[in-house]
Design a protein around this ligand. Structure first.
Ligand SMILES: [Zn+2]
Ligand SMILES: [Zn+2]
Length: 344
């Protein structure tokens, strides 16, 4: 008996292949996948912006353990699990110094024999037990699939070093902005969200934003200064890929503040930096990319314990049989996550 795995063979072209069902031995685990969320990486490959063909996409996946190799001790058949599919080599300088997110081979994965890519768009997968994280049996399986994006935001929020009572600005209220809002709130901050989409601002309020600012109605830098008695924010997270917003993020942070460039930027136009402002204000400008293992562990706990609810960020659930429709939906503006499901 074989299983199904979706492979991008060209822009907008998906092909379902049927490899033979593997049998787990040693440290390997066979997982029956039930859910896979469509992230920006998959959307870019689907649209042809990142032409890595053939590519087995899908790196935000969750399911149930089907069977385990003889050396697997912490997992049993029937366990509800989420997977860390964009793994690290464990051998390079960064992995060995505890920074797997900076691994020299990060983003490369091959979880199906002979296929490049993380491969979460499949109904079964053979993975190393180290990549498998058990979640609470009560957790919705599609929310479990969002452990990976949440883990990315856990990493970012860690970089921001939020203190109790800090003023935190989140630029953008897409899924990543929203996770930042929820996490910053739980860190004890006053959260200010800047976003041009009024519907997203409303949603941000519902998820814990204390103040919402619409930059199409006022100057967001002035507004943040006004809200902070002229000081500027303690922490600013930029989750929108526009260089103009990167500059804005630096302008609205106060003395000793932290600016985290959560997103990568498109286009990659350089911005001007007033070096004296860095000198006199002692601000710190940093980035955040990928979660390390601890961030992933933290994200799984936040979801399993119900501290973070990812349900409001799932826009639509689409069965695997309608993959093309799922991708079309996922790239529409205003969508949060589209989740591809099996057997429902
Ligand atoms: Zn992702
Ligand atoms: Zn490495």
């Amino acid at each position: 008996m074989g299983y199904k795995v979706a492979v991008f063979t060209g822009p907008g072209t998906l092909e379902v292949q049927e490899p033979a069902m593997p049998v787990p031995t040693g440290d390997m685990v066979l997982v029956k996948l039930l859910s896979c969320a469509l992230c920006t990486l998959e959307q870019r490959i689907y649209k042809g912006a990142m032409p890595y063909y053939p590519y087995a996409g899908g790196h935000e996946a969750a399911g149930v353990v089907e069977s385990c190799g003889e050396r697997v001790t912490m997992l049993s058949p029937g366990d509800k699990v989420t997977l860390r599919l964009l793994t690290s080599c464990g051998q390079c300088y960064y992995c060995r110094s505890g920074h797997e997110n900076q691994c020299v081979t990060s983003f490369k994965a091959s979880n199906h024999a002979g296929l490049n890519g993380p491969g979460g768009l499949a109904d079964y997968m053979l993975v190393d037990a180290r990549q498998v994280y058990k979640v609470s049996p009560d957790l919705d399986i599609d929310c479990a699939a969002l452990a990976e994006p949440l883990a990315c935001c856990v990493h970012s929020v860690g970089k921001g070093q939020i203190g109790l009572g800090d003023d935190v600005v989140v630029l953008g209220a897409g899924i990543m902005g929203m996770f930042h809002v929820m996490l910053a709130k739980r860190k004890g901050a006053r959260v200010i969200v800047c976003e041009v989409d009024a519907a997203r601002l409303e949603k941000a309020k519902g998820l814990g934003a204390d103040v919402v600012v619409n930059p199409s109605e006022c100057d967001p830098v002035e507004k943040v200064k006004e809200l902070t008695e002229g000081r500027g924010a303690n922490v600013v997270f930029c989750t929108v890929a526009l260089p103009a917003l990167a500059a804005q993020a630096i302008d609205m942070v106060g003395k000793l503040g932290r600016v985290v460039m959560y997103t990568s930027f498109h286009p990659k136009d350089p911005i001007e930096l007033n070096e004296d402002r860095v000198h006199y204000s002692e601000i710190r400008i940093t980035g955040s990319v990928n979660p390390d293992m601890r961030d992933f562990h933290t994200a799984v706990r936040l979801l399993s314990l119900g501290i973070i609810d990812a349900e409001p960020l799932i826009s639509e659930r689409v069965p695997f049989e309608k993959l093309d429709y799922a991708f079309e939906q996922s790239i529409k503006p205003g969508m949060y996550r589209v989740v591809v499901t099996h057997g429902r």
